[in-house]
Write a protein that binds this ligand. Structure first.
Ligand SMILES: C[S@@+](CC[C@H](N)C(=O)[O-])C[C@H]1O[C@@H](n2cnc3c(N)ncnc32)[C@H](O)[C@@H]1O
Length: 285
């Protein structure tokens, strides 16, 4: 199994000076509200805070992410997935859904250079890492999706862009079909502790990300999606198999054992299979 110390992880050292943002830990990244607060304010003076600090101290992924200038230990999940499945190549277009604080985006920018186009989407107004652009908003909202489509179309049209361009016409937005190489979704909302509710909300995010992937991925493209395990994940898996020739479940080493978090890694997007075919209209939304 790869570890963060492997020399093949790719991101080590090569572009360290670009990773200039304050470091976050993975647990902090999971909490949309907490991630705006300083560490001390968020995790102070409780027994769980001390347990959390001890765990962080002992966590070699946290140490390694700090040493490498990565924004979160979550980077090592994507690094492991890419080591196993070779998702990224130079000059690809990659959409990173739920990118904040940005460690996956850092990995993607590094591995798609030169000429990669990397767009992060998050409900939080986080500045994207250098080399990426961002669309901010709730991915479950139609207006966010529309701004994302327009943003992709603008990158496609101009070859490179620094800012969102919401004024582009609808017809330009259609050019996003078959234009994306990889869609990633690490989206997760604040969990409630109620397993079924958290699972259902994670399924909502996963289905929305998959529907978007079906509308934008090139034939042969890849989709990686975080989900919380539960009774509906088999349905999602069966729908993923309609759209991709290869679908695998993966629990990366950096994913905490006690968490229900898991990933679908989907490769070789089938040519010509539409969102409506996969969802049979009644689930298309
Ligand atoms: C686990 S964090 C992602 C960590 C990130 N991959 C990294 O490596 O830094 C999950 C992110 O999903 C975002 N998120 C959750 N629900 C969302 C939604 N409906 N729309 C957009 N972003 C969402 C959260 O704001 C949070 O930043």
């Amino acid at each position: 199994m790869p570890t963060p110390r492997s020399s093949s992880l790719g991101i080590c050292g090569r572009r360290r000076s670009r990773f200039i943002f304050p470091l976050h830990d993975d647990a902090l990244a999971l909490s949309t509200a907490a991630s705006r607060l300083p560490l001390q304010a968020t995790y102070s003076s409780s027994a769980s805070s001390h347990r959390w600090k001890r765990r962080q101290h002992a966590d070699h992924f946290v140490q390694e992410s700090k040493e490498q200038g990565l924004l979160s230990r979550a980077a090592f999940k994507l690094i492991e997935i890419d080591e196993k499945h070779k998702l990224f190549k130079p000059a690809q277009t990659v959409i990173d859904l739920g990118f904040s604080p940005g460690s996956w985006t850092q990995v993607v920018v590094d591995r798609t250079a030169p000429n990669g186009k990397v767009i992060g989407v998050d409900i939080q107004p986080t500045r994207p890492p250098e080399g990426a652009t961002a669309v901010h908003g709730d991915f479950l909202r139609a207006d966010t999706l529309e701004r994302l489509r327009v943003h992709i179309a603008s990158l496609n049209a101009r070859g490179a862009a620094q800012n969102e361009s919401p004024s582009l016409s609808d017809s330009l937005a259609h050019s996003v079909e078959n234009s994306v190489d990889v869609v990633l979704s690490d989206m997760l909302m604040n969990t409630s502790g109620v397993a079924f509710r958290d699972h259902s909300r994670s399924m909502d995010l996963s289905h929305a990300a998959y529907a978007f992937a079906l509308q934008t991925l090139k034939p042969g493209g890849s989709f990686v999606c975080k989900f919380l395990t539960g009774q509906e994940d088999k349905l999602l898996e069966s729908l993923l198999r309609k759209g991709f020739a290869v679908v695998k479940r993966l629990k990366p080493e950096a994913s905490r054992r006690e968490s229900r978090e898991n990933y679908f890694v989907c490769l070789k997007r089938r040519h010509g299979v539409s969102k409506n075919e996969v969802y049979n209209d009644d689930m298309a939304g």
